[in-house]
Write a protein that binds this ligand. Sequence first.
Ligand code: ADP
Ligand code: MG
Length: 315
Amino acid sequence: MTRHSIPPLAVDTLDYLPIVGEWDPDTPYGQWAASVRVPPTFRPVGTPRVVVVANNKGGVGKTTTTVELATAWAAMGLRVRMIDADPQGAAVTAWIGALYPDGLPTEQRYNLRHVFLGTEPGAAGGLTREVSLDEATWPTALENLDLVPCGPDLSRVEYERTGGTDDALRYAIAESEQHYDVTVIDASRTMSLVTLACLIAADDAVVPVKPGVLDAMGVASLDEILARIRRRQNPKLRVAAVLATMWSKSNLARDVQEQAAEDYPEAIVSPIRNTTQVGEAPHSGKPTRLYAPRATAVADYDQVARLILGTPGAA
Ligand SMILES: Nc1ncnc2c1ncn2[C@@H]1O[C@H](COP(=O)(O)OP(=O)(O)O)[C@@H](O)[C@H]1O
Ligand SMILES: [Mg+2]
């Protein structure tokens, strides 16, 4: 099984955005340009780290953010485990794909559903048994990047699991015997039991938003959910970054950034520039970083990945 290393980005092609402590709201539109807000209070944290990519809206760039951040961290030499927790489309699984050993029977290709529900009873009336996160983790074609896949049947967890769902993923990660520096979870937009388990398992949330009036409202309702989880189940959960995806210079983009900076004073707020190749990459089976290493969105994700973990070369 050959796995390809993820080469560093060519330095001369990097088009990093300037970093500012705060935006000046009085900047006239003509002089306003893309920049990354990193509050002076922002503290990057060390590894190991569990990062959930979440927003209760679809089509805002959650899957893209999961894959591109994970790939950026893997390229830095970190060991990364992606967890596909969105049964609708199972988009990370379809995009990157898990590599199973040759001849492994389908029923032994464990995925996130098995971590929640255990093995199938089997035709011969066998017993179910628990499946660890490690048993459901598979290599991908890329070095340092492993994947816990899922399928549409992950939604069976919602009505088949009888209890203990809240902490299931948190315990599964804690009990893992494999060392991963970063775990990146692509959460569903639906506030399902599985999504809740993802938010409870995480240290950091990264929230992609798509510039537009309705998205600011979406962020507000997500904020209520996060606040409730912080009060009850996971006090350490913080929003590390809000990403204005599919960004292009417009008053809507500016509004959504300024709103995000106000709602999340502690978080990094960064544009991820609108880039055609991002939409093409999934069809190539590669992350955008490999499909089009010079794409502006690739530089944006790389910079955000460095800023979140405090990796040198962020600025
Ligand atoms: N920076 C970007 N530039 C251009 N297209 C993007 C960008 N980010 C995401 N997209 C596209 O937007 C669509 C939705 O993104 P996706 O990551 O699937 O969102 P979600 O997982 O939230 O539903 C996809 O077609 C994706 O390729
Ligand atoms: Mg998605």
